[in-house]
Design a protein around this ligand. Structure first.
Ligand code: CP
Length: 310
């Protein structure tokens, strides 16, 4: 892998390799890389989970995190984003993590940089590390993807998480169905649309999505209770889920809107497990990028990990 920009870029083999690497890192103590490496975290949209879990992932790997805050940077003096990214490269960053409101921004920067770039969310485009941690959580539950029916439910049209997961789940052989308000259907995603009742009753996992108000501004006036009753996961719908089925959500969660408050921490919910897995999924992505680019030596890293786990 040169960069980590889109789940569309990854084969089944590559996704499974990353999931298994993330599980291996989670299962045993990972020895830091043993050389000074810097990671630049450039976030141009709000974030709690992604930013914090990248910071923890980098520190667990022994890297030093360079946090970038746009309002106190030379962007305020007219510097371009490209020149900002080139500056991180010139200063010695080994990897850049970028969240930006514009689709394809991470890919555009990646094309002009010699260091690996990770897309931490690009507008309505993709959120591939979120998808990887979601897939890791599903794999921990079922140990397979083939034969699973997975519903993605909520604001499909404006969700980068829906896009990344729809692409990846199809690559992995799962059956994907989508559920949303009719005006939030996305014609670029060729999957069947079902009601939230059918999604809840027939699926092995239901992935709920927040309404992305910041990307379309619609429905701010819609009563949350009405939305929950028509399109969200209510307690009545949860009771009709299959006994083995699980609930996922990338978070942040708007309790009482897309999901009933009590279900967020209910036995079927894997929402906080997803967050926990995010650290290990991101460690796996960073490790593989640095190995594949020759920035760290795979043999040395794996030998040190083997010694630590003995
Ligand atoms: N799931 C997710 O991307 O959360 P944050 O926006 O808090 O990073």
């Amino acid at each position: 892998m040169d960069h980590f920009l889109s789940m569309k870029d990854l084969s089944e083999h590559e996704i499974l390799r990353l999931i298994k690497e993330a599980e291996a890192i989670k299962a045993k103590k990972h020895e830091p890389f043993g050389k000074q490496l810097f990671a630049g975290n450039l976030f141009f949209e709000p974030s709690t989970r992604t930013k914090m879990s990248f910071t923890i992932a980098e520190r667990k790997l022994g890297m030093e995190s360079l946090d970038f805050t746009g309002e106190f940077s030379s962007l305020q003096k007219g510097e371009s984003l490209y020149d900002t990214a080139r500056t991180f490269e010139a200063l010695g960053a080994s990897v850049l993590v970028i969240r930006h409101p514009l689709e394809n921004m991470a890919a555009k920067l990646a094309a002009d940089l010699s260091i690996p770039v990770i897309n931490a969310g690009d507008g309505k485009g993709e959120h591939p590390t979120q998808s990887l941690l979601d897939l890791m959580t599903i794999y921990q539950e079922f140990n397979r993807f083939s034969g699973l029916r997975i519903a993605i439910a909520g604001d499909i049209k404006h969700s980068r998480v829906a896009r990344s997961n729809a692409f990846a789940l199809r690559t992995l052989g799962a059956e994907v169905c989508l559920s949303c308000k009719p005006e939030w259907e996305d014609s670029s995603l060729p999957y069947s649309y079902v009601s939230i009742d059918e999604a809840a009753e027939t699926c092995d996992a239901i992935m709920l999505l927040r309404i992305q108000h910041e990307r379309h501004g619609e429905d701010k006036g819609m009563d949350p209770t009405d939305y929950l009753q028509q399109f969200g996961l209510t307690i009545e719908r949860e009771r009709k889920m299959q006994p083995h089925a699980v609930i996922l959500h990338p978070a942040p969660v708007n309790r009482g809107v897309e999901i009933e408050d009590e279900l967020v921490e209910s036995p079927k919910s894997r929402i906080f497990k997803q967050m926990e897995n995010g650290v290990f999924a991101r460690m796996a992505v960073i490790k593989h990028l640095l190995i594949d680019r020759g920035i760290i030596d795979a043999v040395n890293v794996d030998q040190r990990d083997a010694i630590v786990s003995r």
